[in-house]
Design a protein around this ligand. Structure first.
Ligand SMILES: NC(=O)c1ccc[n+]([C@@H]2O[C@H](COP(=O)([O-])OP(=O)(O)OC[C@H]3O[C@@H](n4cnc5c(N)ncnc54)[C@H](OP(=O)(O)O)[C@@H]3O)[C@@H](O)[C@H]2O)c1
Length: 236
């Protein structure tokens, strides 16, 4: 999308933390209007207040990403407050790691509900609106693990391969429309995702690195349609 005249109406799921939060602040440098979702209302309130202080129109909705009722309520509010959606950043996600035999069905359900069902539901809701506008950018936070595999990542990588396939199929369906879809595929990013975990965060990507890449997708020209961006850490 490249429309210097307009401010975009940007919806970010998982906007209460990490990559989603950083993307809101990156895009807020150019104005724009925001609707952020998450479960942590205190965090969402704080971020939205900061966006207001930067001069941006911003709202939030609270709920589990996989819950259809709360998603539909939020979407109604988005249409009422913003009047439409130009950018959907489907970013909320969760990860459980370990050898396959040690992972549980509860962890399976939580990851597939959040990382796959949540992404499907939001795209499914927003797409008719974007098609009617004949414009819009969908961005899904996949992972480097949406493109490759690794030990101790079986369920998480399975969810990210699932959304990778979802977006690639969608791109085929979007041919001939003004709507675009892309994934962002980062390696490890230093976000609250790793809080409380015993890992070396010194060589990870920053959430600002990922946010700058999201901006590249949002601000691309009409003549360009980014498919996916694989981001690897600069510090080896
Ligand atoms: N950090 C990494 O190394 C890395 C690498 C590649 C891809 N990713 C992907 O990046 C995305 C964002 O992760 P992050 O690193 O920014 O982690 P984060 O700081 O933990 O943020 C996760 C976000 O997802 C939301 N979320 C999680 N489960 C949810 C649920 N059931 N319902 C509603 N919202 C939910 C959280 O909101 P609440 O806490 O408010 O519920 C939070 O805003 C995820 O899709 C993750 O898979 C992360």
């Amino acid at each position: 999308m490249n429309n210097d005249m307009d401010s975009f109406r940007i919806v970010i799921t998982g906007g209460s933390s990490g990559i989603g939060e950083a993307t809101a602040f990156e895009m807020a440098k150019s104005g724009h209007r925001f609707y952020l979702t998450g479960r942590n209302e205190v965090r969402l309130q704080k971020i939205v207040a900061e966006l207001h202080s930067l001069g941006c129109d911003a709202y939030y909705g609270v709920g589990d990403i996989s819950d259809e009722t709360s998603a539909r309520l939020m979407f109604d509010e988005i249409k009422q407050k913003l009047g439409g959606v130009d950018v959907l950043f489907a970013n909320a996600g969760v990860g459980h790691f370990g050898n396959l035999e040690d992972l549980t069905l509860e962890q399976y359900d939580e990851q597939f509900d959040t990382n796959v069902r949540g992404v499907f539901m939001w795209i499914n809701m927003v797409l008719p609106l974007m098609k009617e506008q004949n414009s819009g950018q969908i961005i899904v936070t996949s992972s480097n693990l949406g493109l490759k595999t690794s030990a101790r990542c079986s369920l998480y990588a399975a969810t990210k391969h699932a959304v990778q396939a979802m977006v690639w199929c969608l791109r085929e369906e979007l041919k001939g429309t003004g709507v675009k879809a892309a994934t962002i595929n980062p390696g490890s990013v230093d976000t609250p995702w790793f809080d409380g975990k015993d890992v070396d965060r010194s060589k990870m990507l920053s959430s600002a690195d990922v946010a700058a890449t999201i901006r590249l997708i949002i601000d691309q020209n009409e003549t360009s349609d980014i498919d996916h961006i694989l981001l690897t850490p600069g510090r080896k």
